[in-house]
Design a protein around this ligand. Structure first.
Ligand code: UDP
Ligand code: MG
Length: 312
């Protein structure tokens, strides 16, 4: 019998924990595998960890660890992978928008030899218009950068132990789980699911946090934006050459004008390009600085008593 670890990042989910535990328990006992449900409390400001502790006292399958503050979902996923001891790990959201009813299908595919089972959204569920537009743009750009269709991907995945170990060996601290699990390779199979409605509480993402997430993930995965700098430079040089020729011709023909608009236009354009370029380079230097400092991805404050073993 294999051990399956369910990894559940949780941030301010006090209303969801009990329900999530009972739903997941029901699904897992039906699968005939040994299992652990591992909650990662990502510095919640409510009683999420108290709920996890209570659940863990009632059922030893439920384990949990708690961060010293909010480190973000990515950190929570990696902490979960690191603390899990399963032969396979399944990452899913605490609000059960990733429907647990497809877990048996995931396990079946895994038993048939898949090393990664990618949960792929058949429908995106209900989302605001702004969110839809923004997500569309982000995934469009990311798909180009990563050379993989990201539109329907999600964090809902099953990973074989081999894949988990490969992911944990990566040194970078700015991770993008969704794409990294693709980047490490291995035999991957897609499994479609319908996004469920969130039952309790509300989403933790604001447009601002999504924007930050998008920029950080794009730059942690690709240096293409740096090449855009070169592109913008080339464009402005070409522009400059054309304008110079025009000015020269006019000068030689003897009808050269004051040329003020041209000068202002050029200054604005080139200035703009330089600013953008500096911004992009600055952003990358910032990222390098963060990685060089080598700070831990997360800091653990406490764990439930039944969570043993050495994990990072
Ligand atoms: N989450 C987290 N840390 C955060 C934000 C969210 O661990 O800083 C968890 C959250 O508890 C949930 C999952 O990530 O289990 C997805 O969050 P949410 O449902 O708010 O996002 P949405 O489904 O709206 O994209
Ligand atoms: Mg959700």
């Amino acid at each position: 019998m294999a051990l399956i670890s369910l990894i559940v990042p949780s941030y301010n989910e006090e209303e969801n924990i009990d329900n999530t535990v009972s739903v997941l328990t029901e699904v897992c006992t039906g699968c005939g595998e040994d299992y652990e449900i591992l909650f990662i409390n990502d510095g919640s400001k409510d009683l999420t960890f108290e709920k996890i502790l209570d659940a863990s006292k009632k059922d030893p399958h439920v384990k949990g660890l708690s961060f010293s503050r909010n480190f973000g979902k990515e950190a929570a996923i990696f902490a979960g992978l690191s603390a899990a001891s399963g032969d396979a790990c399944i990452v899913l959201d605490c609000d059960l928008q990733h429907p647990p009813k497809v877990i048996p299908d995931m396990l079946k595919l895994w038993h048939e030899g898949a090393e990664v089972v990618e949960g792929v959204k058949r429908s995106r569920g209900r989302e605001g218009l702004l969110h839809k537009i923004f997500a569309g743009m982000f995934y469009g750009i990311m798909s180009k950068l990563i050379k993989m269709d990201m539109k329907a991907t999600s964090d809902y995945k099953l990973l074989d132990r081999k894949v988990v170990d490969a992911l944990l060996d990566l040194k970078e601290s700015n991770t993008f789980f969704r794409a990294l699990s693709f980047w490490v390779g291995f035999k991957s199979v897609k499994l479609e699911y319908d996004v469920e409605e969130r039952k309790f509480g509300k989403t933790k993402w604001s447009v601002r946090s999504l924007f930050k997430y998008a920029i950080n993930n794009a730059t942690s995965f690709s240096t293409l934006p740096l090449q855009i700098v070169t592109f913008l430079g080339t464009v402005s040089v070409l522009f400059g050459v054309v304008l110079s020729i025009q000015t020269l011709v006019r000068f030689l023909m003897g009808n050269s004008e004051a040329g003020f608009p041209t000068v202002i236009l050029l200054i604005l354009l080139i200035g703009g390009f330089i600013m953008i370029s500096l911004g992009i380079i600055g952003h990358y230097i910032g990222r390098i600085y963060e990685e060089v400092k080598g700070r831990p991805r997360y800091i653990i404050r406490e764990t439930t008593d039944n969570l043993t073993g050495s994990f990072r």
